[in-house]
Design a protein around this ligand. Sequence first.
Ligand code: ZN
Length: 125
Amino acid sequence: METCNKVLCAECMSLEEYFIESEIETRTIKDSKYKFVKNVARCKCCGKKVMVPGLEDENERKFEFIYRDYNGYIQIDEIKDILEKSNIEKQSLEQMLELEDGTIGNYIAGQLPSRDVSDRLKELV
Ligand SMILES: [Zn+2]
């Protein structure tokens, strides 16, 4: 990740350089606690948190991975692997699993499959 780009710091009220550091976040979903390490950006000048484009998306992807891992759901990369290794088209996979058109594409874009579909996909990994 680029660290030389400047972003707006609300504290300094100016464009400042920033640095990235890790931070542990705990989220509670349906009575389960999930700990994950996320990256936050801080202003080099004052040390306050600043918003860096793309950083939150990256953190959400990390959280998604941990959530799926903990709950035994198939990972997005595993779905991609199924398509690549079996050299199968998304549409064929959808037909095989009796899913609507475009569903596999949605899964790859981040939609969480139902438990049942996830289990059936995992059998193909
Ligand atoms: Zn600042």
